[in-house]
Design a protein around this ligand. Structure first.
Ligand code: NDP
Length: 310
């Protein structure tokens, strides 16, 4: 039986792994199939303290991973498929591999939301993308649309102007949710235009097998129009990765893990950190902070239980 299993591979999971490994808990980390988490699809991270010139998201994650490995965390690139928190030791399965642990930290993060249209699904990878960093290069001198009004949309749109001739940000209301600095940067970019009060009802081009445009509905008047674009990027927020924890832990109505007293979940000995339990801050630095809290809480809990006090 392990002292501690950590599930995830973003800033929360690796920070938890660094702290737990340094506390001689020899954590086993199931990193899943989206190694590095959301920072792998971002470009320049300008607000992580300690990097005055900024750092690329993937470089930051590679450094955190290396730091966790250096202190002896065992990193495994498998996806956890099932957990059983109903009794101790806890059971964590990754396909055929079954592990037992006295404590578990969950840092499975959140994933980008999709528009939920059949045409979006059909044209995924054929002009529809949720990752400008990954796919922006394919839109050299083309016209693209970015859906959303938050920081993600501003960031994706600004990044896409490196390649695209024109980027239209499609906002479903008449205001942005983005921070002022990100919104101002997008507004100042001559390649970016905003279209307000519009909702994408269909991605066009299914018959052609590549995106040719979008059908829009005016959210105020209901008027329907079409716009020609070669690419569509959805940047409309995130949903927590908690499917395997349903029925095992208390989740809120959206699916985020409910934590109290720092990182405690509804099951003693199971802790959570990062975006999987945080819909409010969702920053790399807060994820790292709550990952640290989870490791310290797990460590203290293990000390208590091992001495028979819990
Ligand atoms: P947000 O939840 O902040 O914004 C989502 C946006 O998408 C809103 O404008 C929302 O509109 C819109 N939206 C939601 N669903 C739909 C839909 N079905 N159709 C059209 N529009 C839709 O998510 P973000 O991913 O932008 O940001 C999440 C967090 O990550 C924030 O805290 C942000 O600050 C942070 N972040 C920071 C970055 C940085 O600092 N470099 C970069 C990226 C993100 P409405 O307002 O009408 O609900």
């Amino acid at each position: 039986m392990r002292h501690l299993i950590i599930i995830g591979s973003g800033p929360a999971a690796y920070t938890a792994a660094i702290y737990a490994a340094r506390a001689s808990l020899a954590p086993l980390v199931f990193e899943g199939d989206a190694l590095g988490g959301q920072l792998m699809t971002t470009t320049e991270v300008e607000n992580f303290p300690g990097f005055p010139k900024g750092i690329q998201g993937p470089d930051l994650m590679a450094a955190m991973r290396e730091q966790a490995a250096r202190f002896g965390a065992e990193l495994v690139g498998s996806m956890v498929t099932e957990v059983d928190f109903s009794k101790r030791p806890f059971i964590v399965r990754a396909g055929a591999r079954v592990e037992e642990a006295a404590a578990v930290i969950i840092s499975t993060g959140a994933s980008a939301k999709r528009l939920g249209l059949a045409s979006e699904k059909a044209l995924m990878g054929r002009g529809v993308s949720a990752c400008a960093t990954c796919d922006g290069f394919f839109f050299k001198n083309k016209e693209v649309a970015v859906v959303g009004g938050g920081d993600s949309a501003m960031e994706e749109a600004t990044f896409l102007t490196r390649f695209a001739a024109k980027v239209t940000i499609l906002v479903r209301s008449d205001k942005l949710r983005a921070s002022k600095i990100m919104a101002d940067r997008a507004r100042a970019n001559p390649k970016i235009v905003f279209k307000w009060n519009v909702e994408v009802t269909e991605v066009l081009g299914v018959e052609a097998n590549h995106v040719t445009g979008v059908r829009l509905r005016d959210t105020v008047t209901g008027a329907v129009s079409e716009m020609q674009v070669d690419g569509v990027f959805a940047a409309i927020g995130h949903a927590p990765n908690t499917d395997i924890f349903k029925g095992q832990l208390e989740l809120d109505k959206v699916g985020y893990i409910v934590t109290k007293n720092g990182s405690e979940t509804s099951v003693p000995g199971v802790f959570a950190g990062g975006d999987v339990q945080d819909f409010k801050y969702r920053q790399a630095v807060t994820a790292a902070g709550t990952g640290c809290m989870a490791a310290l809480d797990a460590q203290r809990w293990l000390e208590k239980t091992e001495s028979g006090r819990a």
